[in-house]
Design a protein around this ligand. Structure first.
Ligand SMILES: [Cu+2]
Length: 248
């Protein structure tokens, strides 16, 4: 029991510092992984805090209920030390937990905004009401196809109104804004076929604005690439937009 606050404090201080070597190291720490970790942490916090508080509330409702209609309650007299203890100890516990979550959030933000150097770039354009993927060298598709084990950076813009590119399974979402290029990166670490949805209401066809993200093993990915090469003449529009826009 007495080890907990120290452990919480140490890990909350260590996490922001730990993010720097983690980014430099070869092993890829993906935003997806960190989002899952934070969600788990919040979930366990809610359970650890919610269950004892709920049980205590039920206990007190039964134990201290009025036993006759005219009964008047009695205040419990606490010594000053006990009163301060009741204020400071819960505050310290909750603050330690907040610091831990802050540390994890800080790490996640840094990981999510710093694109790994060897990332494969795909240009994404949002239209009313579909997404367009440009893989370079004339390869385009209406689905996002990526290779397992290779980080992917999406450079994104919109042709008309604001859309939002949301990959629930990868826990990521970023707006597509006309005249601007936004980005997000993710790491497909296993074969997976999942959905991309538009997550910003963008007109009457918004609800149909969905497509697939396919993370394929290398052989399948190469086969797909071979099939799509020279199938399209390429899209020069994106290049002309990126010349004028301030890219991040
Ligand atoms: Cu949309």
């Amino acid at each position: 029991m007495h080890k907990w606050p120290k452990r919480l404090l140490l890990s909350s201080l260590a996490l922001p510092l730990a993010s720097l070597p983690a980014m430099a190291a070869e092993k890829i720490i993906s935003p997806t992984h960190l989002w899952n970790e934070i969600w788990q942490e919040v979930f366990y916090d809610l359970l650890l805090i919610g269950i004892p508080f709920g049980l205590a509330a039920v206990y007190m409702m039964i134990r201290y209920r009025a036993k006759s209609p005219g009964q008047v309650g009695e205040a419990v007299n606490l010594s000053p030390a006990a009163a301060w203890g009741w204020i400071l100890i819960p505050c310290a516990l909750f603050l330690a937990d907040d610091l831990l979550l802050f540390g994890k959030g800080w790490t996640l933000w840094n990981v999510q905004r710093v694109v790994p150097e060897n990332s494969v770039e795909v240009k994404v354009t949002g239209h009313q009401w579909y997404f367009d993927f440009d893989y370079g060298k004339g390869v385009t598709d209406s689905e996002l196809v990526v290779e397992v084990g290779k980080p992917v950076v999406l450079r994104m813009t919109s042709d008309d109104v604001i859309h939002s590119f949301g990959m629930t399974e990868y826990r990521l979402k970023e707006d597509l804004i006309p005249g601007r290029i936004t980005y997000l990166w993710f790491y497909p670490d296993k074969p997976l076929v999942t959905e991309v949805d538009c997550m910003e209401f963008c007109g009457t066809g918004h609800s149909q604005m969905a497509t697939k993200v396919k993370a394929l093993p290398t052989a399948e990915y190469q086969a797909w690439l071979g099939k799509h090469k020279s199938a399209s003449a390429g899209d020069l529009k994106f290049a002309s937009q990126s010349d004028g826009a301030a890219s991040k």
